[in-house]
Ligand binder design. Structure first.
Ligand SMILES: [Zn+2]
Length: 416
């Protein structure tokens, strides 16, 4: 990489994460739900930083904040860099916002070095990715990708406030103008997102930065196991139809299948036992199964194996077992050519190239509907995320931003 006159300022990135972390409705961790006093405060800070970096700033109908650094050719497709500004409840300081702050830092560094690229760059802070308030996903990026719908505006939060009402509440005059927020594939060059890893691999590999090969697809099931309740003291164990023992067999088998098919992951995250008394044999168990993998075939085979095993368990224990699929999200593959550019950037900055599959969803997933996407992961301590102790070192923030900067320069100059 060409030696920069003015380098990425990792201290500034860190200071800004602290300033955004202060935009929180809880004193423990960061809680910044979309379309709230806290989110408006965060948007104002981001707007100031974007302006200082030489960008023109606008907000769309979903309250996505978008800064544009003009290119030599203003009609050339836009290189978009982004991530989300919202958080879960009592979250950490870096999930989402690190991608926005490093995007701004990249543009600030271009400006400080007097560099104007051929293509315009836009940095986006998406309004809502986590979906905590409205039980949704990727509201902001869906609006830009053109997959947001009028029904989405009618989604209500726990207080019955719809997205449309919440947007009006923060001063968005016409939320139905969301259609104008969408971009066409012709308008976009690519979408780049830097995000914390939210897992332990980079720490284990002792590398600050990694490349994402793709975002795993996910299938979610609701399941029901019907047995026969009875007195815990009087029904002999050998003739029971215990729904919880059926669940136990099945959950052990799910773990076995996941281990056999790594990096596939499978989780039974919720279980209800009825009637739920210490002296009654469980007659009914309901639960959820979440399976994720980048490899569609492998995921399908694993699901088939689990369903077959459920029939065997049902027969062996005299139970009825029913699975209902409630969600299916296709995997997203990061663009090979973009991945190659990021690899080159990491190598030039003396890093080893570590390729990772993201098991968590990201805005890049929604943006893949409209343009090529790629992601850069930055190491976080103990792989911990969605927790107040989420932590990224200043050095790692700087390393991630440098890879992002180098990638942006290469993409804009190599006629990618
Ligand atoms: Zn995130």
């Amino acid at each position: 990489m060409v030696k920069l006159q003015k380098d990425i300022d990792a201290i500034r990135i860190n200071t800004r994460t602290e300033e955004l972390a202060a935009c929180s409705s809880t004193s423990v961790g960061v809680t910044r739900l979309p379309f709230t006093v806290e989110s408006l405060k965060a948007e104002r800070l981001v707007e100031d930083w974007m302006k200082a970096a030489g960008m023109t700033v606008r907000k769309d109908a979903l309250s996505n904040i978008i800064g544009r650094y003009e290119g030599k050719d203003p009609t050339a497709p836009v290189l978009m860099i982004g991530s989300h500004l919202d958080s879960v409840i009592e979250a950490g300081k870096y999930d989402g916002i690190l991608g926005v702050i490093t995007g701004i830092e990249v543009v600030q560094t271009l400006k400080d070095n007097g560099i104007i690229l051929n293509n315009p760059i836009e940095v986006v802070g998406f309004c809502d990715e986590e979906g905590v308030r409205f039980h949704s996903t990727f509201l902001g990026s869906k609006a830009i990708a053109g997959t947001f719908t009028a029904e989405d505006l009618e989604r209500a939060d726990g207080q019955g406030i719809t997205i449309a009402e919440a947007l009006k509440g923060i001063g968005i005059a016409d939320p139905y103008a969301y259609r104008e927020a969408s971009r066409t594939p012709e308008e976009l060059f690519a979408y780049l997102e830097l995000h914390i890893e939210q897992g332990p691999v980079l720490e284990k590999e002792n590398e600050p930065v990694g490349i994402v090969s793709g975002i795993a697809g996910a299938t979610r099931f609701y399941f029901e196991i019907i047995g026969k309740p009875g007195h815990a003291g009087t029904v002999p164990v050998a003739i029971r139809q215990d729904a919880l023992l059926g669940a136990s067999d099945l959950i052990s088998y799910i773990e076995h299948i996941a281990i056999k098919n790594q990096p596939l992951v499978a989780t039974v995250g919720k279980l209800n036992v009825s009637p739920g008394a210490s002296n009654v044999i469980p007659g009914l168990v309901t639960g959820t199964l979440d399976i994720r993998d980048l490899n569609v075939d492998r995921k399908k085979k694993a699901i088939d194996a689990i369903l077959t095993e459920s029939e065997r368990v049902a027969k062996a224990r005299g139970l009825q077992i029913r699975f209902e699929q409630v969600m299916e999200a296709d995997p997203v593959y990061c663009d090979d050519r973009l991945v190659a550019v990021i690899e080159e950037s990491i190598s030039e900055l003396d890093g080893s190239v570590i390729s990772l599959v993201s098991g968590a969803g990201h805005d890049a997933m929604a943006m893949a509907d409209v343009t090529n996407v790629a992601m850069i992961f930055v190491r976080c301590k103990d792989g911990l995320s969605h927790h107040p102790d989420e932590y990224v070192t200043v050095e790692d923030m700087g390393a991630g931003a440098r890879v992002l900067y180098s990638t942006v320069i290469k993409m804009a100059t190599k006629q990618y």
